[in-house]
Design a protein around this ligand. Sequence first.
Ligand code: SF4
Ligand code: SF4
Length: 343
Amino acid sequence: MEEDVNLRKKAELSLGGGIKLPKGFVMPYRLSRSTAGPGAGSSSAVFSFGKYRVKKGVSYDSGEFELHDEGGVLSLTRSGLPFLSGVDIKPVVYHCPEQAFFNLDQRCMYNCAFCASPRLDRNVTKGLTPESIVKMVKDAMDTKKVGSVSLTSGVVDSVDETVKRMTDTVHALRGEFPDIPIGVEPYVSSDSHILALKEAGADEIKMNLEAATDDIFKRVCPELDRDGIFRLLSSAVGIFGRGRVTSNMIFGLGETDDELKDAVERLCEMEVIPTLRALRYNAYNGESLKAAIGDVPKVTPDRALSVARMLKACLERHDLDSRECHTMCIECTCCDLVPFRDV
Ligand code: SF4
Ligand code: SF4
């Protein structure tokens, strides 16, 4: 019962606004400055309660939620009312807890309406090389648990060059860390890209379908090829194996529950593990989303919970289990209600 209450709190917290820190509060760990994911562009920290964790933007000035520190015991209020007790702050390795997740380049030649990465004003990913990433992971291992390494990237100059850079980075990481799970989240355009990443040493691959229907996809990712993504996902299962390929869809873009379920079903039939992310609006994507999809109601905690349960039921029907994935967002769990781990 306690767990259900906290699950709802996770839904509410992760879909809600930022967290205001008490005046003078010193964060126990350095803040994460994300360049991808819902928190892109903000300074954020990971808050845990029970088995759940949520990454939230923090500020000393304002926030829908407010952190309270009573002699080291942390709790949250929401709009002045008690919200959550027994809160802890978790260290971030790079971008997520217990995982080193690098965005190789936040720039992107595409313009997906929901994506903040290419719209960030400051290029904080500049200068990352395979060597510097290996060194950063090694250094992190001296002081923290690093359970896996993951790589994502915007598409800069060309898909070929971007995949080559990711492949080189995987190769360098695998040479140094023979046993660590490595996950990659590339935009690929051919089977040879997928094969190169696998041969370099990647264990899991995430290739995002982004939207539940063709029509919404065309509006939010006008330059990407949805049929191509389906075809390449099928190749990726052949190359990486069943349950080693994941694909994210954003919900809350105007799709119906049935349309979302149909897309989830289609991915599961292909032996791909779908991940579902609630659309979040931020300072970078509001205008582009309005132009692409108009005014669409925000995802509610109720819908997020029912979507997560639908996803879990579908995975169960197809004998797929997200607990067998050990990299990227499924392992992190900070932004979604993840079947089998949260729900
Ligand atoms: S391909 Fe689309 S979602 Fe991916 S980084 Fe580029 S703009 Fe963002
Ligand atoms: S769930 Fe994914 S996007 Fe969110 S903090 Fe973790 S790795 Fe980043």
